[in-house]
Design a protein. Structure first.
Length: 117
């Protein structure tokens, strides 16, 4: 799997992203999905959120290798804390394998704060 050839699971998720979306991919896993969506012109902007330095470095490398440093911003943060109001995010993906099982109180607080603005 790479940014040009997504897994079946990620390709299915990509099919649900609206055209010209401003995307936050939480737990981005090498930024495969945002890079793919940017390369197809489906998104205008993305945040690739990672909780740890290693995955963040992998995402950053992927974004640089494909030339999307002005479209996709890698960000080190815990869950939805990667999103800032000025990002004007309208689409959020939490599709990492632990996404459903790793809900944290901080994510719930952050999401309320972000969406109640």
């Amino acid at each position: 799997m790479n940014a040009h050839m997504l897994s079946t699971r990620l390709a299915q998720i990509a099919s649900f992203v609206p055209e010209q979306a401003r995307l936050a991919d939480i737990g981005s896993d090498h930024a495969y999905l945002p890079v793919y969506l940017a390369s197809t012109g489906k998104i205008d902007f993305a945040i690739a959120g990672e909780i740890a330095q290693g995955p963040l470095q992998a995402a950053t490398s992927q974004i640089k290798n494909y030339g999307f440093t002005h479209t996709i911003i890698p960000r080190l943060a815990d869950g939805l804390a990667a999103i800032q109001a000025e990002d004007q995010i309208d689409t959020i993906i939490i599709a990492g394998m632990g996404g459903l099982f790793d809900q944290k109180d901080s994510d719930r607080r952050t999401s309320r704060r972000y969406f109640d603005q």
